[in-house]
Write a protein that binds this ligand. Structure first.
Ligand code: SAJ
Length: 433
């Protein structure tokens, strides 16, 4: 990266984070090549189209592709800056062990084209130490280059960790305006990465070391998981005590220093339900609250399934509507979704009685095949189903007026219909959590 000239950039991984990141960097007038293993993804982007849903992303990608600032390829190319945004899933050992093999594969590709003066940035959520491990891998592959932390001279390249912290549905807005933590292997690496992020980030960029930045990302999502677990634990306690958890939380939150989150059917998505385990894996003895939070949020999903099952059995023959499959409100992402798990389990158990309403789906996921369950629209569900199980707080569900659901038995796991009646004589009428 030299002087005032805009760097050329290679973004590796064109998923939910990589593609919006590539597009935002291209909008800042850098020439960006996006790299992905999928021909379908590459072809789609090169046509100026997108393969994921995200607010305003289609117009942005179309624009930067048309202006020649973004192109996609399956082959890595030389660049001044490399941004790695590939998945870091669990290994298939059932132990929640982080699998950084995609990061290391990307680093291997980068090593093949790396030249003096380049900057390598890892954005994928990663266990502490991954950036240094990536540096060591590159050092082994490129003994001709002086790498940071491995030389007393000025290193030939800079290597840093800079996690994304954007919320699906608000990715473009948050990519630009959120503050960023930038962790360099050395302070010089952080300074180089900072200069790059300043080209397109308007939030404050704070520099630190790579390990602290890695841990910060894991801590942010664990903080949220622990807080949601508190709400979910309260909801299960409230069920046992016959209390309305929403009322209790609403009242408690009137305290100036209390801000309890909302219970739900469990925690979904590929971040909050995953990242805390990376901390637990790194320090199992010490990570007691973090582990417990993960277990509580998973247990909530099974609690919801058990209560829904009991409710359906208590209303024999009555058609059931499972409302929502997404892992949270107003998005089309069904991965790692507790709502999807509960609905599919009920479909397997109760077959044709189960209807699924999901305005963001065009078909039911494959695990519903052969169950007899059907995808129906909201009107059909409200007209034909006597049991309504709210699993996602989509806005279109929230606005259903009381008169359209007054005669149904409601199990509202998201607390979107506080006006549903709750008669002690009919405890099934509005289950509270
Ligand atoms: N949820 C509740 N109750 C709540 C809030 C959330 O049950 O009060 C559930 C949601 O329904 C969902 C899950 O938690 O199933 C996660 O949703 P979310 O909106 O909390 O977070 P994500 O997974 O969409 O995005 C998170 C964000 N992290 C934090 O807010 C600390 C985001 O900033 C990160 O960039 C993202 O993870 C990521 O990529 O790591």
């Amino acid at each position: 990266m030299q002087g005032d000239t805009k760097p050329t950039v290679c973004v590796i991984g064109l998923g939910y984070i990589g593609l919006p990141t590539a597009a935002i960097i291209a909008r800042a007038n850098c020439r960006v090549t996006g790299i992905d293993v999928s021909d379908h993804v590459v072809d789609t982007i090169n046509r100026g189209e997108i393969h994921i849903e995200e607010v305003d992303l289609d117009g942005l990608v179309r624009g930067v592709v048309q202006r020649g600032l973004l192109r996609a390829s399956t082959q890595i190319v030389p660049a001044d800056v490399f941004v790695i945004a590939v998945p870091t899933p669990f290994a298939k050992d059932g132990q929640h062990t982080p699998d950084v093999s995609y990061v290391m594969a990307a680093a291997t590709e980068v090593a093949g084209v790396l030249k003096k003066g380049d900057c390598v940035i890892l954005e994928s959520t990663s266990p502490v130490g991954t950036t240094e491990a990536m540096r060591d891998l590159i050092a082994g592959l490129r003994p001709d280059l002086k790498l940071p932390g491995k030389t007393t001279d000025t290193p030939d390249v800079a290597i840093s960790y800079c996690p994304e912290r954007v919320l699906p549905g608000r990715i473009l807005e948050e990519l630009t305006h959120n503050d960023r933590s930038i962790g360099g292997i050395t302070p010089r690496c952080a300074r180089k990465a900072l200069a790059f992020y300043k080209l397109f980030v308007r939030g404050t960029c704070v520099t630190t070391d790579a390990r602290s930045a890695e841990m910060t990302k894991l801590v942010e999502n664990s903080f949220r998981d622990v807080n949601i677990a508190f709400a979910n634990e309260l909801s299960m306690i409230a069920d046992t005590m016959g209390l309305d958890v929403w009322e209790v939380i609403r009242l408690a939150n009137r305290h100036p220093r209390v801000n309890i989150l909302q219970p739900g059917p469990g925690v979904g998505g590929h971040c909050i339900a995953v990242d805390p385990w990376f901390i637990v894996h790194g320090a199992p003895e010490q990570s007691r609250i973090i582990r417990a939070a993960r277990e509580i949020n998973d247990a909530k999903m099974h609690h919801v399934l058990a209560r829904a099952t009991a409710l359906i059995e208590a209303n024999p023959g009555v058609p059931v509507a499972c409302m929502g499959l997404a892992f949270k409100a107003n998005i089309d992402d069904f991965r790692e979704s507790p709502a999807r798990y509960v609905a599919a389990s009920l479909a397997r158990e109760f077959g044709e009685r189960v209807n699924v309403v999901e305005p963001y789906a065009t078909a039911l996921p494959k695990e519903f095949d052969g169950t007899g369950a059907e995808l129906v629209d909201l009107d059909t569900a409200l007209e034909t189903c006597g049991v309504l199980i709210v699993l996602v707080d989509h806005d279109v569900f929230r606005v259903v007026p009381l008169e359209e659901r007054a005669s149904a038995v409601v199990y509202d796991t998201r607390g979107i219909w506080p006006d549903s009646s709750m008669e002690p004589s009919k405890p099934g009428l509005r289950l509270a959590s």
